[in-house]
Design a protein around this ligand. Structure first.
Ligand SMILES: [Zn+2]
Length: 240
């Protein structure tokens, strides 16, 4: 990753997502820093090129299955004060995909934990044995992640967080959604998420055994019943 400039990495988009975990943990003494820019380049309202905000949307250190990263995301906005897009903070879906809001463990760690828990029926001790050869983590922390981070990650927030989503939709004129999937093991089912890009809230998720068009159509169908318009959908390149 050292050779890539941060901008190049974020612009690579789908290719920059985490790969299927490798067996050998690669631990770095200092966190490699990645600055993410929004994937959307133009204003959704007027079509002009976005300019970066002066401040970061967030910055945190994230432990993934393969390395320690320092991740920050600089949102974009429309340069025209009279355009509704000037009030928005358009974020990077790739940055959001790296770790759930509030978690310093990467999405790949949580998805592996979830796969062990749901599909392998692993105990906390077994999950710890598996994860601790890749990331520094205690068994009590594995239990914590399982209960307080992984399970909420699975919750769909459309109803619980209705007010927050409605507020975002009002400000933006609709929702911008990000669709992405993570595979805990090659050939195993992948967990897919549809998230609101502004808040990181999960709108829908599911373990998908196949990645073909009918599967995705069924997965995406409930979005049609949302009461807010979808302004844009961002996804990593998946032919289905
Ligand atoms: Zn605009």
């Amino acid at each position: 990753m050292g050779k890539d400039s941060p901008l190049t990495l974020s612009q690579r988009g789908p290719d920059a997502r985490e790969e299927v975990p490798r067996r050998t943990p690669k631990r770095l003494d200092a966190a490699a820093r990645i600055m993410y820019q929004p994937e959307l380049l133009t204003c959704l309202h007027c079509g002009d090129l976005l300019v970066p905000w002066n401040s970061l949307a967030w910055e945190k250190t994230v432990q993934t299955l393969t390395c320690l990263l320092s991740i920050a995301t600089r949102p974009g906005r429309c340069p025209h004060a009279t355009c509704p897009g000037s009030r928005l903070r358009l974020r990077s879906a790739a940055a959001q995909r790296m770790a759930p809001p509030g978690s310093t463990y990467g999405s790949d760690v949580l998805v592996r934990l979830g796969w062990l828990r749901q599909h392998q029926r692993a105990t906390s001790s077994e999950m710890h044995t598996d994860l601790s050869c890749r990331v520094p983590i205690s068994e009590s922390h594995v239990r914590y992640l399982s209960q307080h981070v992984y399970l909420p990650l699975l919750a769909c927030h459309e109803r619980q967080q209705y007010g927050r989503l409605a507020q975002v939709a009002k400000e933006q004129g609709g929702l911008i959604v990000a669709l992405d999937g993570l595979a805990p093991q090659g050939g195993e089912p992948q967990i897919w998420f549809i998230r609101d890009l502004s808040t990181g809230l999960t709108l829908r998720r599911g373990w998908l055994a196949q990645l073909d068009q009918p599967t995705f159509e069924a997965f995406l169908a409930p979005l049609r019943h949302l009461e807010w318009p979808i302004l844009a959908g961002l996804s990593d390149k998946q032919t289905g």
